[in-house]
Design a protein. Structure first.
Length: 142
């Protein structure tokens, strides 16, 4: 599965860039076999970047941890089918609160965003629980 990783965040947390391939693999697992040939961009961004996306496309003027977009079909072969934006500062805060490292949280959010692209919803407590269980199961495969 072609998942391209971009780090649009300065300063980038030390030692994060070499883990790009594992983060791409996590997203690929979330997308599943059905979407195996689809191009996806996985973008790690900062607070202002994610807040601007959240305001512009979801009409929420606040930070969030991850946003996923299915893109309209492009006329060019190889054009991205979807994009996943992960907010590194929010992920760092969540990692501290959950008692694990930043890399673990970025893996969780990469899978979570990919599951949204694949069609899963987490708008109710039951759906969120199902998505969290699916995320945990996929992370065990890494």
């Amino acid at each position: 599965m072609p998942v391209s990783v971009f780090f649009d965040f300065k300063p980038l947390p030390r030692g994060l860039k070499p883990f790009g391939a594992r983060l791409a693999r996590a997203a690929a697992l979330g997308l599943g076999k059905k979407n195996a040939r689809r191009e996806v961009n996985l973008v790690f961004t900062g607070g202002p970047g994610i807040k601007a996306l959240n305001r512009r496309f979801l009409f929420k003027n606040r930070l969030t941890d991850v946003i996923a977009f299915n893109l309209p079909p492009a006329p060019l072969p190889g054009a991205a089918w979807g994009e996943i934006y992960v907010c590194v500062p929010v992920a760092a805060r969540q990692a501290r609160n959950m008692g694990h490292c930043l890399f673990t949280e970025l893996l969780v959010l990469s899978v979570h965003g990919a599951l949204h692209l694949a069609g899963l919803d987490d708008s109710t407590p039951a759906l969120r629980r199902r998505m969290n269980e699916k995320t945990a199961a996929l992370l065990r495969r890494l």
